[in-house]
Every structure is written in C-alpha cells, then in structure tokens.
Design a protein around this ligand. Structure first.
Ligand code: F3S
Length: 390
C-alpha cells in the first residue's frame, strides 16, 4: 500500500509508539484487503467498550495505549459500555465488573474519546456528511451511516476504529470505493410495514443475503427509527453494511440498478414466519428491554404513552444515550416510565451488560438484533412489540 512521506514517518514511530502501533494495524488491514492507500477520515465510532466483551486483555491494551500517549485526532464517539455509569449499584452490577468498566471508560477519556456511550452516535452529534469517509465500528451504526447518511465506512472492529481515530486515516477499500456501493439483490416488499415489521424484514433478508447489498422497493415510507431497526437486523442476521431503499435513502438514484444477481419477494406470510423464529419461548418475560439500537427521543415518547398510568408486572429497561435521557427527563417521559416501574438506562444495553448475572431467565425485546444475541447469554427471548410484551 502506498504511504505518503508523513505516513511513513508515522509508521516508523516518529510520532510516538501509539501512532506506530495504530499505523501498523491500518497498514496490515490495508494489505489484507488490497487497499491502494490511506484516506483521511472525519470521524470514528469505537466499539469494544464493555468489560463484558473486551475483558482484561482489552483493558490492558487500552491502558497501554494511554501509557503510550495515544490521542484521537478526529471526532470520536464511544459505543455502549457494560453498565449505566450512575445507576450500576441499583442494578446490582457486580462491583469488580464496575471497577474494571470504570477503568476502561477512563482510558478512553484520556485518549480524547467523547464518552457518548451509545450505538446511535448519529442521534447525539456524530453526524457525518454525505460521501464523507469515516471509520466506525458497531455494525448497526455502520449500516446507518452508510445507508441513511450516505457516509462511507467499512465494518471496523474496535481496535481498527481506534487506530483510525488516532491516525485520522483508514485504508481505502470496500465501502469507501464507489464501485462497491451498488446493490446486488432486489427486494420487493409486498406488504405495508409498521413498527417491528422493519426489524423482522431486516432479520429475514440479512440471514438470506449475508454481506450483499439489498435494494428495497417498499409500499410505505420508513422513518429514521424504522431505518435504524431495519439496519441493525440486517447487520446482525447477516453482515450487511449498506442498503438502499427506493425513494428514501440518499444514494438510491445515483447507483447502478441494472445488474441484480438475485430478486427476493417478501409477503405477509414470510414476515409472519420470520417473526416467529425470533422468539425462543412463549412464556411471559421477567424483564422487557427496549432500545437496541439505543432509543431515540421519539422511541421513548412512544414507551411513555404505552406505560402511562399502568403498573408493570415485569421489569422494564429503556436503553438510550445520556443526551437522549436528558431530553426525556425534560419532556417528562422519564417520570411517566419510572412511575410505571420501568427504568430509563444510559450508557449500556441488554446485550453488553452482564444481564445473565442478574437472575433473569426470560426477556422480552422488540429488537431483532437483541433477539439474535440474547439466547447466547442463557436467556429465553420473547420477540414482540412493547404493547404485546407488557
Ligand atoms: Fe446497541 Fe447494544 Fe443493540 S450496542 S445495537 S443496543 S446490542
């Protein structure tokens, strides 16, 4: 891969050990994927923030980077961590876990990473412009950035996104190249979609096409929350990093639509069968968790409307970012939800917190992504919309 003179100096360690290690990661990636050169990025989103997922080895790596004076050189936001930074004791998060988690957060803070602790950075300030190059990890955020915002990113891992954030660069391959952004599967949806249908559709198509690029023709127009839920499901049931929707997403009219390899038609019956696959039990949930990806303020408003004047028979977590929670507080939604027995939690989610240690056996979710991941945490899942879960 071609490096400029300055990049060579970075690679050789003239800008310090953290930059050298980061350049080594980027150049290795570039060589593997046949990138011709590095390109400058405007922002990064770093995953690998929960102690549950990165463990002691991850913490040690981050602390070493801090010792080596690692600093981010572009705007960088952080994925959810393993607990609500304010309420972890109330939630019975083990104190040893909390201690390690706080060390991880401090390491990121020292590197200049904004402690957004959310997988929806695009709802709280990290909003790349159309066609800008970025290096994001967190598959649901990657697919949103590529598809809805029209930015360009590969599905980075935590270490490569951090390396890119430190160097301000990423190898030019994959979704950074215009020719790799054309769709290859036409998906015609013959049913009007509503609410969790978008997550079900993403699950159905993601497991069918793996890492291909779908081009959807839909009967109705999704809003931003629908797009977020569709993308998260596509990216977790498969490895989709980009989709287009006719008349909706920004690149649909610019791309070549002549050469579809495949065509899928989705009917009401297909959606019903896929929805059933997402539950592992018919039992009542002991806890219901909303907000995968993290809830927007509109999502929280809908929850408040549903639980207003109710006393819940199960626990309810609504997972979101701190900045959205502040807005929910101001709008009175938090008060309504907490009065019903629910909680609005920041910084974390049902998947990256050690939920399996909190004694729950059954969990209700309205997210296909959460329904895919949670069974590996020894939980039985009921997938449905909130109205039918509580
Ligand atoms: Fe976000 Fe956690 Fe779901 S990180 S996408 S809420 S698994």
């Amino acid at each position: 891969m071609y490096l400029t003179r300055e990049e060579e100096k970075m690679y050789e360690g003239e800008f310090g050990e953290a930059v050298r290690i980061s350049m080594e990661i980027l150049v290795t990636l570039g060589d593997i994927y046949d990138a011709d050169r590095l390109i400058n990025i405007s922002s990064a989103q770093v995953s690998g923030a929960s102690y549950k997922t990165i463990g002691d080895a991850g913490l040690e790596y981050l602390e070493d980077m801090v010792k080596n004076s690692a600093t981010t050189s572009v705007y960088t936001t952080l994925n959810p961590i393993g607990m609500d930074l304010k309420r972890w004791e109330e939630l019975n998060i083990p104190s040893n876990f909390a201690k390690k988690q706080i060390k991880i957060v401090k390491a990121y803070q020292k590197m200049g990473v904004t402690l957004s602790c959310t997988c929806t950075p695009y709802f709280c300030g990290n909003i790349p412009t159309f066609k800008s190059h970025i290096a994001w990890s967190e598959s649901s955020a990657v697919i949103y950035a590529n598809s809805v915002l029209g930015a360009r990113t590969n599905r980075e891992g935590g270490p490569s996104a951090l390396a890119a954030a430190i160097c301000g660069k990423t190898p030019r391959y994959g979704y950074h190249l215009e020719e790799n952004r054309n769709p290859n599967v036409l998906v015609e949806v013959k049913e009007k979609l509503n609410g969790i249908d978008y997550a079900v559709l993403g699950y159905l198509i993601g497991k069918e096409i793996n890492d291909k690029i779908p081009y959807f023709k839909m009967l109705n127009r999704p809003d931003v929350d629908d797009l977020k839920n569709l993308g998260a499901a596509l990216a977790s049931a498969g490895a989709v990093a980009l989709y287009h929707i006719e008349g909706v997403t920004p690149e649909y009219s610019l791309i070549d639509k002549n050469e579809f390899e495949d065509k899928i038609t989705v009917t009401k019956k297909d959606l019903k069968a896929a929805k059933e696959e997402l539950s592992t039990t018919n039992e009542k949930p002991e806890i219901v968790c909303i907000g995968c990806p993290h809830s927007s303020i509109q999502d929280i408003k809908k929850v408040a409307e549903i639980v207003a004047n109710k006393k819940l028979n199960c626990d309810l977590w609504v997972c979101t970012s701190l900045s959205t929670k502040i807005m929910a507080d101001r709008m009175g939604y938090t008060k309504i939800i907490e009065k019903s027995g629910g909680k609005i939690l920041c910084d974390t989610c049902m998947v990256v917190t050690p939920i399996e240690d909190l004694g729950y056996k059954t969990i209700g979710v309205d997210s296909a992504k959460a329904a895919i991941y949670l069974p590996s945490n020894n939980l039985d899942v009921i997938f449905n919309d909130l109205n039918n879960l509580i």
